[in-house]
Write a protein that binds this ligand. Structure first.
Ligand code: NAP
Ligand code: GDD
Length: 350
């Protein structure tokens, strides 16, 4: 029997890799997308077929976590077996500037989705399974290594909202016996990472500076340490959580941590440049309260799900730099033909 999955946040980094994974496993995949004034499906375009083609396995529907009516209608129409809630205002620095909006989408949006799940499960009689995208940002100030037993001490409106969403999920699991798995994922990156997250901001800049398209890279705190993994490895863990016999919560991490400085060293070494000549510190990229050190212990996921990361830190940085060098070469060709090229990752204060 073909399984049907509903992915909220399908246009994001993780959503696009998850859609690829599910399609490769024979799923019919439905995604929720937001209406935007420009198309926002770049990360999915290689997967998308004309919906009028009866063989297409990927369908997109307009909806939003801020509106339960749309989520309810989509769920009733699609009749999913598995729901992946990856939708979020996912930028930590932006959450300090838009705290109410972040809480509404991340915490309340999850609660809205849970209410839809509750009613849909009862009406359909299906044993529906839901994945919730939790975050290591929930651990915040708790010292490393962090695992499923570590106390949450979030340090941003985003982290607080993710912690609220986590507990809503635990509560719905206990109250209504629903299958809901919380993934507690540490940072994961890829060539599809948004360009205002530090990893991609660095690899985009390395490529552009190498080709003379950018002069400086403005950053904030270089001392923060993160457990950086590879996004395709992370989405595999999401799927494994929903195939597990019991609904549970799992930390997903590489078990290695590096500083932003280490990331700069590796990325600029790959393009043969000394980053200290280009990087400038800009206070607007600092956070009112910072998460200093994340280092995950994913022993539970290794034992129960058989999950392990396939790509290490060096492999991750190399993949991203190689990809962004090619992008920079394309931009250079455009620039040489008279087009203007803007380093958009440095546009806004986030
Ligand atoms: P992302 O690239 O920022 O993607 C977020 C997705 O959520 C996008 O598809 C976005 O749509 C959608 N979205 C935003 N607001 C929405 C709303 N109001 N209603 C419905 N959808 C909405 O994030 P990601 O890196 O793929 O991360 C996926 C999930 O995992 C997020 O919940 C994130 O908080 C969480 N997480 C990420 C990491 C990480 O390191 N990547 C680690 C732990 C947890 P648009 O494309 O239209 O903006
Ligand atoms: N974004 C950004 N931009 N971060 C910077 C910069 C900069 O110019 N300079 C230094 N940093 C530091 C941040 O202060 C932070 O300590 C670290 O780099 C990583 O920042 P991000 O890449 O923005 O990621 P994050 O750790 O805040 O959040 C990401 O990971 C979480 C999981 O721990 C996001 O993907 C969240 O959605 C996710 O939940």
């Amino acid at each position: 029997m073909t399984k049907t999955a509903l992915v909220i946040g399908i246009t994001g980094q993780d959503g696009s890799y998850l859609a690829e994974l599910l399609l490769s496993k024979g799923y019919e995949v439905h995604g929720v997308i937001r209406r935007a004034s420009l198309f926002n499906t770049d990360r999915l375009d290689h997967l998308y077929n004309d919906p009028h083609d009866p063989t297409t396995q990927l369908m997109l529907h307009y909806g939003d976590l801020s509106e339960s009516t749309s989520l309810r209608r989509i769920c009733d129409q699609v009749q999913p077996d598995e729901i992946y809630n990856l939708g979020a205002q996912s930028h930590v620095r932006v959450s300090f500037m838009q705290p109410e909006y972040t809480a509404d989408v991340v915490a309340m949006g999850t609660l809205r989705m849970l209410e839809v799940l509750r009613d849909y499960s009862a009406a359909s009689g299906k044993a529906v399974r839901m994945y919730q995208a939790g975050s290591s940002e929930m651990f915040g100030a708790s010292p490393p290594p962090q695992n499923e037993e570590t106390r949450f001490h979030p340090r941003s409106p985003y982290g607080v909202s993710k912690a609220a969403a986590f507990w809503h999920c635990v509560n719905y699991r206990e109250a209504y016996g629903l299958f809901i798995a919380n993934g507690i994922l540490f940072n994961h990156e890829s060539p599809r990472r948004g360009e205002t997250f530090v990893s991609r901001k660095i690899t985009r800049a390395a490529g552009r500076i190498k080709l003379g398209l950018q002069e400086h890279l403005y950053l904030g705190n270089l001392d923060a340490r993160r457990d950086w993994g590879y996004a395709p490895d992370s989405v595999e863990a999401m799927w494994l959580m929903l195939q597990h016999p019991e609904a549970d919560d799992f930390v997903i991490a590489t078990g290695e941590d590096h500083s932003v400085r280490d990331f700069l060293d590796k990325a600029f070494e790959m393009v043969g440049l000394d980053w200290t000549k280009y990087v400038e510190i800009d206070q607007r990229y600092m956070r009112p309260s910072e998460v200093d050190h994340l280092h995950g212990d994913a022993s539970k996921a290794r034992a129960a799900l058989g999950w392990a990361p396939k790509v290490d830190f060096d492999g991750l940085v190399s993949t991203m730099v190689e990809h962004d060098l090619v992008l920079a070469e394309q931009e250079k060709t455009l620039k040489d033909a008279g087009h203007s090229i803007t380093p958009r990752g440095q546009f806004a204060d986030g």
